[in-house]
Design a protein around this ligand. Sequence first.
Ligand code: LLP
Length: 426
Amino acid sequence: MLTDPPHSTFIGYRAGTLCVEDVPLPQIAASFGTPCYVYSRAQLTQAFHAFSRPFGTRPHLLCYAAKANSNLAILDLFARLGSGFDIVSGGELERVLAAGGDARKVVFSGVGKRVDEIELALDKGILCFNVESASELERISSIAARRKIDAAISLRVNPDVDPKTHPYISTGLRNNKFGVAFEDAFALYRRAHGLPGLRITGIDYHIGSQITEIPPFLDALDKLLGLVARLETEGIGLHHLDLGGGLGIRYADETPPEPGRYVEALLARLGDRRETIILEPGRALVGNAGVLLTRVEYLKPGPARNFAIVDAAMNDLMRPALYDAYHAIVPVQPGARETRHWEIVGPVCESGDFLGHGRDLALSEGDLLAVMSAGAYGMSMSSNYNTRARAAEAVVDGDAVHLVRARERVGDLFAGERRLPFPPQR
Ligand code: LLP
């Protein structure tokens, strides 16, 4: 029986040791070292079903937002469950295909699609471009027309609703760079209708991330449906409605709706419309399926603050430094020792390099800690700052552990670099 912390059904304590499914985390640290991201296959699978089940037989497609965690193992797992993908670069498309994903289930979002990325997506036959500006629309039209094909497009509209989340991850307000302004969308659809090389298939929005209540999603949907009705009067019918991602998860004491309740609320508002419904969840599929396993290197108690220096840093998990995000940090093997107030920090040379502030923990040097809810935007946002090789990644499946990404080797980090000729050659 797994008990607390309550972030995930499949991650919890058994006989005093934190386990992912049936595997105690010290076993993973011994096999692969730290820092290491560890994911639960059962949790990933359960999360996917939680989104897909409420759709029943209604036509729908879940397009997992690959940016949340783009490890090939995870993309492959979702692809096998029937998932499509929301991508934002040619690189993500290559990853999805390398993982066995189906290009015909890929939607391509993002404000800055390059010519080569558009060409790659057309070559591979993606489902749809989520177009974010008039200039992009013209670009896709001219590339496709030159090739004498039609590119499937939807406009990403910016419904100007407040998702009430961190400003850096709000995307559906009129002052954000994303999407086409709501008041311009109708005219741009008419323009698209007249351009060569385009086939209008849908409409799309994505209003932000880590949204923990349903009303902003419904406000956006209401606006979207109003626009869809106007388009119908123009003879512009749509095949799909893409309602984006953004459902939040529990990091601390948030109480986001369960995915099932969120989907049901959307479906209730959609009534008996016939379009295929696309969702682009990222965080809610992977966030609480993963932890970042790290080891305490040094304890440095001091007069002002007590620092616990761990071997994971802001380059491994950027969210605390970038958004002041909270991640629970728990001992892998809690003891009966005395607790103290600790700053959990990494070895990187920045004062912003912290994983958690003021955590009450009983710590000894060498202890293992788990940074919870690290499955989304953890590894995928990691960097090599301070020439730190990026962490390993493992997936637990029952009592089996699969290393799905080897720890990076330092030599690989500068393998592409060259010294200047000496003496200078001019
Ligand atoms: N669709 C589009 C077009 C997106 O831009 C995103 C995320 C998603 C779907 C998935 O959103 P989700 O379901 O994961 O909320 N790095 C930040 C989050 C940035 C989200 C960017 N876009 C973080 O760590 O909180």
